[in-house]
Design a protein around this ligand. Structure first.
Ligand code: C5P
Length: 193
């Protein structure tokens, strides 16, 4: 069975939590595509060579979850050759036997426009910054500024900018609990199966 769930949205909207829950509920494989860009950003040196030579163990580094790694990821993610180098792996994963969930910024628009389910998970910048701040601490105003800066870069780039696919179901998690957000996503997938 081929069945792809594409989940896009800005940083800290709840994509990862929803993706993992949907994958567990339906027994699908899950790929957090942000990790690919984080790994490329963290490797330093020439990002195009890093993307072309990316190995599974590069995704296991324990420093990929930081705010700094997120910013580095969004800087290398504007480079078309980096995106092109990561495309085939993501497309192949999307058609995994047994079903797949991919979360990122361009899954429904570029990587897998034929996905059976497309979700766009979002929340206000203030809510997302607050969630990030609860995780990483530090100066709350600085965390909000970084969230806004990363949104602007991800939405403003020429190649594969962050946007909702026309047929995506939008889930705004600003006022939802985690179980409520998961329940909405699961209901959309169930209806499509
Ligand atoms: O989702 P995450 O915060 O881990 O993504 C880190 C960065 O990687 C994003 O801000 C974005 O610039 C980039 N990215 C992307 N396309 C994806 C996934 C992530 O450009 N499919």
């Amino acid at each position: 069975m081929r069945f792809t769930v594409a989940i896009d949205g800005p940083a800290a909207a709840g994509k990862g939590t929803i993706s993992r829950a949907v994958a567990a509920e339906f027994g699908f494989a899950h790929l957090d595509t942000g990790l690919l860009y984080r790994a490329v950003g963290a490797m330093g040196g020439d990002p195009i060579a890093a993307a072309r030579g990316l190995q599974p163990q590069d995704l296991a580094r324990d420093d990929l979850r930081s705010m700094a790694a997120g910013q580095a990821a969004s800087r290398v993610a504007v480079i078309p050759e980096v995106r092109a180098a990561l495309l085939a792996f993501q497309r192949h994963f999307a058609r995994s036997a047994g079903g797949a969930v991919l979360d990122g910024r361009d899954i429904a628009t570029v990587i897998c426009p034929e996905a059976e389910v497309k979700l766009f998970v979002t929340a206000s910048p203030e809510v997302r910054a607050h969630r990030r701040w609860l995780e990483v601490g530090g100066d709350a105003a600085q965390v909000l500024a970084e969230v806004i800066e990363r949104d602007a870069r991800d939405m403003g780039r020429a190649d594969a900018p962050l946007r909702a696919a026309e047929t995506a179901v939008i889930i705004d998690t600003s006022a939802l609990t985690i179980p409520e957000a998961i329940a909405r996503a699961v209901a959309v997938v169930k209806a499509a199966r």
